[in-house]
Write a protein that binds this ligand. Structure first.
Ligand code: FAD
Length: 579
């Protein structure tokens, strides 16, 4: 009765199933147009629309199904052969088809002609499409990223013979002929401390054979894996590690000598098999320089870290889209949730990290393209931006997915809705490819050893100087914040004996991330005529993430509510009016 009086026509819980996740995100298209350029954007736009539709409908259903039916390992055949077949659910197979074959997500950086584009596609295109895909399915993004980054590492460091033998499979457009990639580094005694890897490589009649156990092997039955192992007699630590390419099947068709012992029962990414592997004299091919195994592997790890940042950004956007959809349609106490000031604050707290991560993803794409084109400054910049996005965006995704779950109320906690899966999946990003601590320490190491802090400070300084759209006082504030942030990061990276103060690593990495994302968003605001909402978001990042704040001071809530309502509307905005 009460509800009817308040004008609510239906008490059913709003259900977003079937919405187009690209069209439901009105900022994305204009941003992509800016980052991709008109020609590529208009070429890809129908694909964005189509993938957005799939992600909100069919892929979402398939992802839910695959999550509930994880892969199963069949270690032996009925005749007792150690075949180690991993059975995946048909729903996962269908998603593989969409990702690998229909969209060529793993191949588009290496093969021309994917999605009818005459050249290889730039990182921004790959991340944009993958960002849409991951909004439905997270687990499969690991094999996609592994295949993509293994191909890159092979092309950079592998011999021409290895490239000729394996590139066609790695970049195939037909699912029956695709060779997928994996990366086996972690052992029970060597996780963060990669230098403790004990897997041994023995040279036997001119062939390298691997012996040891790998403890976490995602996409465990991949056709090819990059493996770190220590050649017999090599030095201890990372300096003694060499990089090997491990085929699942030998060129003569025989299975290689390793066994998948078990699959892990995981909190998230349940659709994809992560296993334990025993190498029993498996034949592997040396990749690149025997003394530079770890350095070469770092390239693959960094690509994977970037991909994790992108995935975190995508999952946050999905959570935000769901929360906005619900809050715009659900009513309580006679008003739509999105009109309630406290809910508005909660929603903007989801929006801000989601937008930061998206701008960082697009900035990283831009820098990666420049670095791969030979730009030395960009190489330093991508070196630091990679661990920054991996560290902070993955961390933020844990909170955003959880808080978005709360927006849906009780249903958010029920496995039929996407929130629980998003929450479970989002926790992985902060653990694999280096935990939060390890990645924050890597930021500090890059500042200390490779002067990436100097490069980033100078780059951001130039970008701020060009921000003539922003009010002058705010630009000055940005400049002084830049100075303070880099002073602090420099101190954290080089403290006391020149080795840095590890206790400050996360704090410094967070500050660098927030500042960089604020500058990137303000810069994007310039490029989007008629809509300076990203300038307002940049200002909020500074106010709430970087500048000092008194937790007991009451906010100017009237102003805050006006800003929040304007942002949540997701329509073009004159942000200067709200500064
Ligand atoms: C689902 C899943 C899939 C995975 N897939 C793969 C894969 O395909 N290939 C692969 O090689 N690995 C994979 N991993 C392994 C993953 O990369 C490692 O688990 C991760 O690097 C951490 O290593 P660890 O588990 O040995 O933890 P540890 O290294 O033992 O770390 C334990 C804790 O100690 C902290 N710590 C360690 N050193 C420091 C320090 N110096 N200062 C402060 N804190 C520190 C860490 O942050 C962490 O919190 C996967 C993991 C998971 C969960």
């Amino acid at each position: 009765m009460e509800r009817a009086k308040a004008g609510v026509t239906s008490s059913a819980v709003p259900d977003s199933h079937g919405i187009n996740l690209y069209c439901a995100d009105p900022s994305f298209g204009p941003l992509l147009k800016h980052h991709l350029g008109d020609r590529l954007f208009y070429h890809l736009e129908p694909h964005f629309v189509r993938l957005g539709e799939l992600a909100g409908g069919e892929l979402d259903d398939l992802a839910a199904l695959a999550d509930k039916h994880p892969p199963v390992l069949h270690p032996r055949s009925r005749r007792g052969e150690d075949t180690a077949i991993i059975e995946r659910h048909p729903a996962y197979r269908r998603m593989e088809h969409v990702a690998f074959a229909d969209y060529g997500l793993a191949a588009m950086s290496h093969r021309e002609g994917v999605l009818d584009w005459p050249e290889t596609l730039p990182p921004a295109a790959k991340y944009a499409l993958s960002y849409l895909f991951v909004q439905a399915e997270f687990g499969l993004c690991c094999p996609l990223s592994m295949t993509d980054s293994l191909t890159r590492t092979l092309l950079r460091f592998g011999s021409p013979e290895l490239v000729a033998r394996y590139l066609p499979g790695l970049t195939a457009g037909d699912l029956d002929h695709i060779t997928q990639g994996a990366m086996f580094i972690t052992e029970q005694g060597a996780g963060s401390d990669v230098g403790s890897v004990a897997t041994e490589a023995r040279l036997d009649n001119g062939e390298w054979k691997l012996y040891g156990e790998k403890w976490f092997c995602s996409n465990a039955d991949a056709g090819l894996a990059m493996v770190l192992a220590r050649p017999q007699g090599a030095a201890a630590g990372t300096a003694g590690l060499a990089l090997f390419l491990l085929p699942r099947e030998l060129p003569d068709g025989r299975p290689n000598q390793y066994r998948i012992l078990r699959l892990k029962d995981k909190l998230g990414s349940r659709s994809m098999p992560s296993g334990e592997i025993r190498l029993e004299g498996a034949i592997a091919y040396l990749v690149g320089d025997i003394d530079r195994g770890f350095a070469q592997m770092t390239d693959m790890i960094n690509m994977s870290r970037l991909s994790n940042g992108m995935r975190a950004a995508g999952m946050m956007r999905r959570s935000l889209t769901e929360a906005l959809f619900f809050a715009r349609r659900r009513s309580a106490f006679g008003r739509r949730l999105v009109e309630l000031p406290l809910m508005q604050r909660q929603l903007v707290k989801l929006m801000l990290p989601a937008e930061q991560a998206r701008s960082m993803m697009l900035l990283a794409a831009q820098l990666l393209a420049r670095a791969d084109g030979g730009d030395e400054v960009a190489r330093k910049l991508i070196r630091i931006v990679t661990p920054l996005i991996k560290f902070r965006a993955c961390r933020d995704a844990r909170r955003v997915t959880g808080d978005a779950m709360e927006v849906r109320g009780g249903c958010g906690y029920v496995e039929e809705w996407p929130d629980a899966r998003l929450l479970r999946d989002s926790h992985l990003g902060s653990i694999w490819e280096g935990t939060g601590n390890i990645v924050a320490l890597d930021v500090m190491r890059s500042i200390r050893r490779e002067q990436t802090g100097t490069a980033l400070a100078s780059d951001l300084g130039k970008r701020i100087a060009a921000l003539n759209l922003a009010p002058a006082g705010w630009r000055v504030l940005l400049e002084s914040t830049l100075q303070r942030t880099f002073e602090f990061a420099g101190r954290a990276a080089n403290a006391s004996d020149g080795n840095g103060d590890p206790v400050l690593a996360r704090q410094a990495a967070s500050a660098l991330y927030h500042l960089t994302s604020a500058v990137a968003m303000a810069e994007e605001a310039h490029a989007l005529p008629g809509d300076s909402r990203r300038l307002l978001l940049a200002k909020l990042v500074l106010e709430h993430r970087v500048l000092p704040k008194d937790p007991l001071a009451a906010a100017d809530t009237a102003r805050e509510t006006a800003v929040n309502a304007a942002l949540l509307d997701e329509t073009p905005l004159n942000a200067q009016a709200l500064f």
